[in-house]
Design a binder for this molecule. Structure first.
Ligand code: NAD
Length: 370
């Protein structure tokens, strides 16, 4: 069926293609059963692209990503490419996609599925039912600010400099995404910085406060220092709904929140760009985990993080919230039946392969759609 939903699939390396294969089965299921179809193209990225083209991302694949509504990305990397020059490394492919599409808003949900609440490092009662969203600014701040680099001082010592920089518009655009997301969820936003010791933190707080007053006063806004936020995330994570923060703090806090859920194999993410004149945002969806070379090729990978990334794509790029919820419910039901890939297995559960997890998901989708 012809479709105006343009989707680029980049499976990548290691377990990326294995997990993506199961998601492709779900995409086919949607095409056949729900007549939700995609104009789907597939490309190479990372080590796979380097082997064929000598670069981790070709200009053609980059252009394809720019022209599609959404890109679904697997994972890149592997020990065989660790010693390549910096610009040939598999990870550069991912960084180029993020940079050239100007994906400034990184969404990292931390959701604890009831059946997996015991896998968290925290007590069940602290995390059962947890559903928070960390929004990290992805293209500014200390990872990109100038000046940066290492210089040698006259006395022979070395000096390293990184610069934390944010402008009003950079803060505004990510805060706006935060308020919009909060409105679609629990209507609460925590804005996190260190205004007590950093000038960028002072500006961040001023800009978020002004935007709140001008456009989003219906959303409950609280400001929090990043160190306190780290503490609160492990003390009482359910107090949060959406957290918006800068690149550096977001990097750390989203990993901290991720571990509340207990498994890397369950964590999806989305990165969004600015809306164009038609309201369309460039978007990249990817699991948080890497290419897991230790289990690659063994049909052992958990495909759920990639699947849940696809669900985020349905929700945020294609406005198909019901279909996204259907995918999420299928995953919940499979877990509730005790079927687990090895990474999330626990006493009494049935360990299944990547393919068997795909089989179970399709069966569950059939049952839900019946
Ligand atoms: P990793 O996420 O690949 O693996 C960490 C551990 O978690 C491994 O033991 C792995 O087996 C396990 N794991 C991860 N995802 C899993 C899944 N879906 N199912 C079951 N088990 C899973 O991180 P790493 O080992 O630090 O990195 C391996 C390679 O991946 C490196 O080359 C690294 O650069 C790359 N990497 C890529 C991305 C990305 O593509 N976005 C992110 C992180 C790391």
């Amino acid at each position: 069926m012809a479709s105006n939903r343009k989707l680029l699939v980049l499976p990548g390396d290691g377990i990326g293609p294995e997990a993506m294969k199961q998601v492709r089965r779900v995409v086919d299921w949607f095409d056949k059963r729900r007549t939700v179809s995609f104009d789907l193209k597939e490309g190479l990225v990372g080590g796979a692209s380097y082997e064929k083209h000598g670069t981790p991302l070709t200009d053609e694949t980059m252009a394809l990503a720019q022209s599609c509504d959404a890109t679904l990305f697997g994972a890149v990397g592997g020990p065989q490419w660790d010693n390549l020059p910096f610009d040939k490394k598999p990870e550069r492919g991912l960084l180029r996609l993020r940079k050239e599409m100007d994906l400034f808003a990184n969404l990292r949900p931390a959701i604890v599925f009831e059946a997996l609440a015991d896998a968290s490092a925290l007590k069940r009662e602290l995390v059962a039912g947890l559903d928070i969203l960390i929004l990290r600014e992805l293209t500014g701040g200390v990872y990109f600010g100038e000046p940066r680099g290492v210089t040698t001082l006259p006395d022979g010592q070395k000096k390293a400099v990184d610069t934390q920089v944010y402008t009003t518009s950079e803060i505004q655009r990510v805060a706006r995404v935060g308020f919009e997301l909060a409105r679609k969820r629990g209507n609460r936003l925590h804005s996190v910085e260190k205004a007590n010791v950093m000038h960028t933190g002072v500006l961040w707080r001023e800009v978020v406060t002004a935007l709140h007053k001008a456009e989003y006063s219906d959303v409950k806004l609280e400001h929090m220092y990043a160190d306190n936020c780290a503490m609160q995330l492990v003390r009482n994570p359910k107090q949060f709904d959406v957290i918006v923060t800068d690149n550096l703090f977001g990097d750390i806090l989203s990993d901290c929140a991720a571990m509340l859920t207990g498994s890397l194999g369950m964590l999806p993410s989305a990165s969004l760009g600015a809306p164009d004149a038609t309201g369309r945002r460039k978007a990249l969806y990817e699991p948080v985990h890497g290419s897991a070379p230790d289990i690659a090729g063994k049909d052992m990978a958990n495909p759920l993080a990639t699947l849940l990334s696809f669900a985020m794509m349905l929700r945020y790029s294609f406005d198909l919230a019901d279909d996204a919820a259907l995918v999420e419910q299928a995953a919940k039901n499979v877990l509730a039946k005790g079927l687990r890939t090895r990474d999330i297995a626990s006493a009494g559960s049935t360990v299944v392969s990547t393919t068997q997890m795909g089989d179970a998901l399709l069966k569950e989708l059939d049952a839900l759609a019946a």
